[in-house]
Design a binder for this molecule. Structure first.
Ligand code: AHM
Ligand code: MG
Length: 339
């Protein structure tokens, strides 16, 4: 008998022993994990599977869709629509919500995802991933009986009942929270199952590593410029220590590094598109990542407010993101308050 703990066992124990999750949520998370396994296989095949390159279409945000963006989106929908645990889904790659068709039983949960995050890295064989967030329909209004609509999705990140991502890198790793800390599962390809490889993930409060796209420096706001400038001054500057920089351009990979060894990640508002609050999407990128980071003792703000407290007003809303090691996030946030 193996002493390894599979994702299935972890979820059953979360349901049975700790009473954290109802059985429908457990089923939902198992299905999402199964979909991530299929996406991982498609990613692994790369050019051999004919999955690289663009699909010749654009998503609602005007971004060119890659073949894998669309494949991953379809895999997640097909895996989840028939199980009876969901009312509807929303995705970076779909203009509006996808209501579970009437031929299938329906449940109470809402699933949001960025099916393939880090699209610019798909064709160059660099880590990419799937980000997901789970909400409950009618969380704000339990008596609501109307058919599911976009309005049901517009809940604060603090209302999430599960969140996670799967990173397709040298290993395929699924990272999950149901509000009881953060657990990491590595895909055992021979067994075809996710195995628990780290529990109770903790982000150190201090760090010497930052992640930001430095090419946008001239467009940043003063507080972000000040923070990065102080880091760059190293031992000789006000921080009195040298900093290191990393930028994968896949949020999943950058957040995975931060959950593993600490750091601060920023994709702030900038002057290139002054009317947009940021590049990253609140509901299926920033919210799930912020909850994971908070569950691992880190922090996440938009510079002025805790991300999980933001009331969304639309599905594809964007947000400025500062997350990771608590003391650094608090410092950048404090610099914003002084402006
Ligand atoms: P995507 O969801 O279309 O892939 O875009 C999100 C990605 C993040 O993963 C990453 O942090 C960021 O965009 C990189 O942006 P940039 O290329 O501007 O550095
Ligand atoms: Mg993304």
């Amino acid at each position: 008998m193996s002493s390894k703990i599979s994702l299935t066992r972890y979820l059953v124990e979360q349901q049975r022993i700790d009473g954290h999750i109802p059985s429908e949520l457990r089923l939902l998370l198992e299905v999402v994990a199964r979909a991530c396994k299929s996406i991982s296989q498609a990613v692994n095949k790369g050019a051999l599977g004919g999955v690289l390159g663009t699909a010749g279409s654009e998503n609602v945000q005007g971004e060119v869709q890659k073949k894998l963006d669309i494949i991953a989106n379809e895999v997640l929908i097909e895996a989840n629509e028939w199980g009876g645990h969901l009312a509807a889904m929303a995705s970076e790659e779909m203009d509006s919500i996808y209501v579970v068709p009437n031929r299938y039983p329906k449940g109470e949960y809402l699933l949001l995802f960025d099916p393939l995050d880090g699209s610019s890295n798909i064709d160059v064989n660099v880590s990419i991933g799937t980000i997901f967030s789970v909400l409950k329909k009618g969380n704000d209004n339990p008596t609501m009986v109307e058919p599911v609509s976009e309005k049901d999705f517009l809940q604060r990140g603090s209302q999430q009942v599960a969140a996670g991502y799967c990173v397709y890198g040298p290993q395929t790793t699924l990272v999950l929270t149901v509000g009881d800390g953060v657990a990491m599962f590595t895909l055992d390809r021979e067994q075809g199952s996710f195995v628990l490889t780290q529990e109770n993930v903790q982000i150190p409060a201090d760090t010497k590593e930052f992640a930001i796209n430095m090419s946008n420096m001239r467009h940043w706001d003063e507080p972000v410029k000040r923070y990065i400038d102080e880091c760059l001054q190293g031992k000789e500057g006000p921080r009195a220590k040298d900093f290191n920089m990393r930028w994968v351009a896949s949020m999943v990979a950058d957040v995975h590094r931060i959950l593993t060894r600490g750091g601060v990640f920023m994709y702030p508002w900038d002057k290139r598109e002054p009317n947009k609050p940021g590049k990253l999407r609140l509901m299926y990128e920033a919210n799930p990542m912020s909850w994971l980071v908070e569950q691992a003792a880190g922090a996440a703000t938009n510079g002025r407010q805790r991300i999980l407290d933001i009331q969304p007003t639309s599905l594809h809303e964007r947000v400025s993101v500062i997350l990771g090691s608590k003391n650094e996030v608090e410092r950048v946030t404090a610099y914003h308050a002084k402006v």
